[in-house]
Ligand binder design. Structure first.
Ligand code: F6P
Length: 363
């Protein structure tokens, strides 16, 4: 089939580099393949509710360094489980036929979905129902399987590293324990890499259950070496072997309703009690998702955007563009979703942290 017009949308939580992908898609589609491009607004919501915007080169001018997404996004609006009001009741309904209608109204031949696990699972299902889809892997959590790296992660990691650099001065001056809680959901990529890059003394990740005595030992050992402060990075999904995840809130209607958060506080209070050292907590939160993408993320996002258009032109539907080593490639969406990519506990990165003397909470 001849491709003349493509659609693009951004779904799930925002991540630095979304605009860089949109820009690359539009530039490559128009310049290289003479296509036209329409953007659907606010994730799958725009496709369901027919909210769209034509995208020309002018629309994407100047957006490369900008965080967020010019198309808007949401982690709700699942077309297979969409809240429809019937009388006084909200009934969750499959409204995916609206998507096919709107795709046809806008004469879209293929759709590029930029998203994480939730959005790409929907993309996969739509492809199985006949839509021509190509996926682009986004998330600061870096937890998508089938790609070595998602865009957005490098920027989040650098933000966390910078926070650690800044926390060092207060820790040192006040002789305190400073705890930094970072995002990442059920994966510890941000915590581990930022902890190594930012010189943390303790790094706690979901993949390695921690024990309080191990952390206390590390802090006391440092005190014994006349190091009066300690820096701890904790991933929001970290927990003890017997412990529960610390949940901040539940967001009904979201792809994954659980919002983690609060473990930093729990640990700081326990450390204060056990060591007598004054402890403070910083929850980095959405600062990790904001701001201008790093050079690495701008380049990765641009490569993904171009590769997604090329995949469309090559008829590689139902695929996701991915990074394999240093090369961009494609994998079936089916392989990319469903299974989370977590930090392998025996990976070189984990070993490096241990060899540097960083405590990972387990010994
Ligand atoms: O998946 C990205 C992410 O930022 C996670 O790291 C975090 O747990 C979650 O999204 C926060 O979601 P929300 O923006 O809905 O609070």
């Amino acid at each position: 089939m001849d491709i003349k017009r493509i659609g693009v949308l951004t779904g799930g939580g925002d991540a630095p580099g979304l605009n860089a992908v949109i820009r690359a898609v539009v530039k490559c589609a128009i310049r290289r393949y003479n296509l036209s491009v329409v953007g659907f607004l606010n994730g799958f919501g725009g496709l369901i509710k027919n909210q769209a915007q034509e995208l020309t080169e002018k629309d994407v001018a100047g957006i490369l360094p900008r965080g967020g997404t010019i198309l808007g996004t949401t982690n709700r609006d699942n077309p297979f489980h969409f809240p429809v009001i019937r009388g006084s009741e909200v009934v969750y309904t499959d409204v995916s036929d609206r998507i096919f209608e709107n795709i046809s109204i806008h004469e879209v031949d293929a759709l590029i979905v930029i998203g994480g696990d939730g959005s790409l699972s929907i993309a996969r299902e739509l492809h199985e129902r006949g839509l021509k889809v190509v996926g682009v892997p986004k998330t600061i959590d870096n937890d998508l399987s089938a790609t070595d790296q998602t865009f957005g992660y490098d920027t989040a990691l650098n933000t966390a590293m910078e926070a650690l650099d800044r926390l060092h001065s207060t820790a040192e001056s006040h002789h305190r324990v400073m705890v930094l809680e970072v995002m990442g959901r059920y994966a510890g990529w941000i915590a581990l890499a930022a902890g190594i890059a930012g010189g943390a003394d303790v790094i706690l990740i979901p993949e390695i259950p921690y024990q309080l005595p191990a952390i206390v030992r590390k802090i006391n050992e440092r005190t014994g070496q006349r190091k009066s402060f300690s820096i701890i990075v904790v991933a929001e999904g970290a927990k003890t072997t017997e412990g529960e995840l610390v949940v901040n809130q539940k967001v009904e209607g979201s792809f994954d309703p659980i919002r983690l958060g609060g473990i930093g506080n729990v640990i700081a209070r326990q450390i204060e009690q056990a060591t007598g050292k004054e402890s403070r907590v910083t929850v980095l939160g959405h600062l990790q998702r904001g701001g201008s993408p790093t050079a690495y993320d701008r380049i990765l996002a641009s490569r993904y955007g171009v590769a997604a258009v090329e995949a469309v032109m090559a008829g590689q539907f139902g695929q996701m563009v991915c990074l394999r080593g240093t090369e961009i490639s494609t994998v079936p969406l089916a392989e990319a979703v469903g299974e989370m990519r977590r930090v392998p506990v025996n990976s070189q990165l984990v070993t490096t942290a241990r060899q540097l003397g960083i405590c990972l909470g387990d010994e």
